[in-house]
Design a protein. Structure first.
Lengths: 252, 149
């Protein structure tokens, strides 16, 4: 099992849920605060950037955290092939750092998570579907093609858009869009993109929250209803927790 | 018919400007000694400039008199030391509607930009080379346009 660092920036707000999801999947991990610096990440095998509003989304969501000194260690680890997962605000940080789609020099963003097409914050259930070949990304290689995972989408700046046609062509040719929104992107994301990987497939930026749909009691009513009368099943991990189980199996 | 360019900035401490200053310093831009930040509103309406200014001041989601100062600008282009960042996909339909509610008869167009002014230790505008490096933080070219004088 990889030892996972969950990196907390000032304004992160999903770190505890993310740690809980990692632990429920059998993984080991701890919260690492940004002020501990890059050296604090020595000894970790995998890295998660959780959701929230790092630095209050000042300037642009993820822009300041992407340039935090602790990200130097994350960039180095990503370059050497370590698994890196960014969820929601964590995805925004990875995009701003240029780690995904990673089709140009790291540090130069080739994509953005722009404001939603609605022009405001949106919070809703969103099912996502595996859109790339499972082996394309380190985290999805044990999934069946077309696998669907329930998530909760909760963001104001979640619309994946890409710098130019050259970047778009590479994203399509190299199948870097790993998950798409079932029924189309509610936020206007290009290619209905819900999650994007880098060419080596070890970094995944996912916009909706799988950790908020990781237990049956967090699912839609029809799914919760399936466990009626069964307290154990009601409290059991399901749905989004699958992504964390895959994350914990990366080194298997 | 008038085209008004107004700058709305905080008169209370601006945490966003300080965060930008801190992040630029961490990026090695030590020539930047101060950062000022404001929102530029470009309003095209069938009204006199003073009427547009008055409507802006009555539109609470744009201007809060407890914390903002409104200045009219003579140009819709950045001055030396400034970076203006536009987000072309951002729609201002709500603001257009509210400005009409505030008394403007016909608002043709409303646009906004983020305006960043970078100053050196002497209080002079930073060089173009510094501004070009600062653009890496202040604008994402995948969905924003940055303008320098």
């Amino acid at each position: 099992m990889p030892k996972t660092a969950i990196i907390v920036f000032p304004g992160s707000n999903s770190e505890e849920e993310t740690l809980r999801a990692v632990q429920a999947a059998g993984g080991k991990g701890r919260l690492v605060w940004w002020f501990e610096g890059p050296d604090a990440l020595k000894g970790f095998d995998a890295f998660i950037l959780p959701g929230g509003f790092a630095h209050e989304d000042r300037i642009r969501a993820g822009a300041v955290a992407a340039r935090d000194p602790i990200m130097i260690a994350v960039l180095d680890a990503a370059r050497s092939g370590a698994p890196v997962l960014g969820i929601c605000n964590g995805a925004q940080v990875l995009v701003e750092a240029g780690l995904v789609p990673g089709t140009d020099k790291i540090g130069k963003p080739q994509a953005a998570l722009a404001p939603n097409v609605q022009g405001h914050y949106v919070d809703r259930y969103a099912e996502i579907e595996l859109a790339a070949p499972p082996e394309r990304c380190l985290f999805t290689r044990h999934l069946e093609p077309g696998t669907r995972i329930p998530t909760w989408s909760s963001h104001g700046e979640g619309r994946f858009c890409f710098r130019d046609d050259h970047t778009r062509r590479r994203i399509l040719d190299e199948h870097l869009v790993v998950f798409t929104y079932v029924g189309g992107a509610h936020n206007g994301a290009e290619f209905d993109c819900a999650a994007l990987t880098n060419p080596p497939g070890n970094v995944l930026a996912i916009m909706p929250h799988p950790e908020r749909a990781g237990w049956r009691y967090q699912q839609l009513e029809r799914v919760r209803f399936e466990a009626r009368g069964d307290r154990e099943a009601f409290l059991a991990p399901c749905g989004g927790s699958r992504l964390f189980a895959l994350f914990a199996q990366v080194f298997a | 018919m008038s085209l008004v360019v107004a700058s709305i900035e905080l008169k209370i401490p601006d945490n966003t400007a300080f965060t930008a200053y801190d992040a630029l310093a961490r990026m090695g831009l030590t020539a930047v000694a101060d950062v000022k930040h404001s929102e530029i509103w470009v309003v095209d309406a069938d009204a006199l400039p003073a009427e547009i200014q008055s409507a802006l001041k009555r539109t609470e989601i744009i201007f809060n008199p407890n914390k903002h100062v409104l200045r009219m600008l003579g140009s819709d282009h950045p001055a030396p030391g400034e970076i203006w960042v536009a987000t072309p996909s951002r729609v201002h339909e709500r603001e257009r509607h509210l400005l009409e509610q505030a008394g403007l008869p016909r608002v043709r167009n409303v646009e906004s930009r983020a305006r960043w002014l970078l100053l050196d230790r002497r209080g002079d505008p930073c060089s173009r080379a510094t501004l070009e490096r600062a653009q890496d933080l202040l604008a994402n070219p995948a969905y924003q346009d940055a303008f320098i004088a």
